[in-house]
Design a protein. Structure first.
Length: 224
C-alpha cells in the first residue's frame, strides 16, 4: 500500500530526479579497450556524479558502454538525505515512526520500518530508477536531434544569389530556368599560395565547366 500511494510515489520520484547520482567503474574488458582515444575515457571512473549534470550524448555513451560490457553503472543505490550523514530511506522511515517507549510501540515501529524499507527498496526504487534512466535516455536523444537540426539549418540556410536586373539588360529567353538551374561553387584556402577553384554544375547534376583561380584572395592593389 505504501508503494502505491500517489503522494509517496511523487515524492520519491522528485527526490530521485534531484539527488540521483551515477557511479561507473570499468569491467575487465573495459580496462583493456577503453584508452585515451575512446569516447568513454572521460567517464571511465565516476563516483556519485549527479544525473542532472550529464550533458549532450554523454548518458547515451554510458548506456552503450554498459550494453557492450565495458563498464558497470550503478544509479543511486543509496539516495542521500537532507543532511550530510543521513539517507533518504532513513528519513522516510522516521516519518512513519510513532513516539513511544513501550515494548509494543517499539515493536510496531520496527514493523513500520521494515515495511517502509521493503516498499522503497524492493518496489519504488527499482521502478523509479528505470523511469529515470528512460527519461535521461530520451533527453539525450532529443539533444542529439536538436544538434542535428541546428547543423542542418546552418548548411541549408543560404539562399541563391538574386541578381537585380535593369529592365534594359534583362531578357527572359537568356535566363529561362524552366529546364533546371546551374550551380556555381567556389572553394578556396586562406593560404594565398594555394589556388582556388570554381566548378559549374549543370541542371543534370554533371560537371559542365571549371576554372582555376590562383589569385582569388589577392587584392587589385597588391603588387604581383
Amino acid at each position: 500500500q505504501i508503494a502505491r500511494e500517489p503522494i509517496v510515489r511523487s515524492a520519491v520520484r522528485d527526490a530521485f530526479q534531484e539527488k540521483a547520482t551515477v557511479t561507473i567503474r570499468p569491467t575487465e574488458k573495459g580496462l583493456k579497450e577503453i584508452g585515451e582515444e575512446h569516447e568513454l575515457f572521460p567517464m571511465k571512473y565516476l563516483l556519485n556524479k549527479p544525473c542532472r549534470t550529464f550533458k549532450g550524448d554523454e548518458f547515451l555513451k554510458v548506456l552503450n558502454g554498459v550494453e557492450n560490457h565495458l563498464i558497470e553503472m550503478n544509479l543511486s543505490e543509496v539516495l542521500a538525505g537532507s543532511t550530510q550523514n543521513s539517507t533518504y530511506l532513513t528519513e522516510a522511515t522516521e516519518l512513519y515512526r510513532e513516539d513511544g517507549f513501550s515494548k509494543k510501540a517499539n515493536e510496531w515501529n520496527d514493523l513500520r520500518r521494515r515495511s517502509v524499507e521493503l516498499a522503497f527498496k524492493e518496489m519504488l526504487f527499482p521502478q523509479i530508477r528505470k523511469e529515470l534512466i528512460h527519461k535521461m535516455r530520451g533527453e539525450a536523444v532529443e539533444g542529439i536531434k536538436l544538434k542535428c537540426q541546428e547543423a542542418l539549418r546552418e548548411q541549408i540556410k543560404w539562399s541563391p544569389y538574386m541578381v537585380q536586373w535593369k529592365e534594359d539588360d534583362y531578357d527572359e529567353d537568356d535566363w529561362d530556368y524552366s529546364g533546371g538551374l546551374r550551380i556555381l561553387g567556389l572553394a578556396y584556402s586562406p593560404d594565398r599560395d594555394e589556388a582556388g577553384f570554381g566548378a559549374m554544375i549543370s541542371a543534370e547534376g554533371e560537371l559542365s565547366d571549371y576554372i582555376k583561380l590562383p589569385c582569388m584572395l589577392t587584392s587589385r592593389r597588391t603588387y604581383i
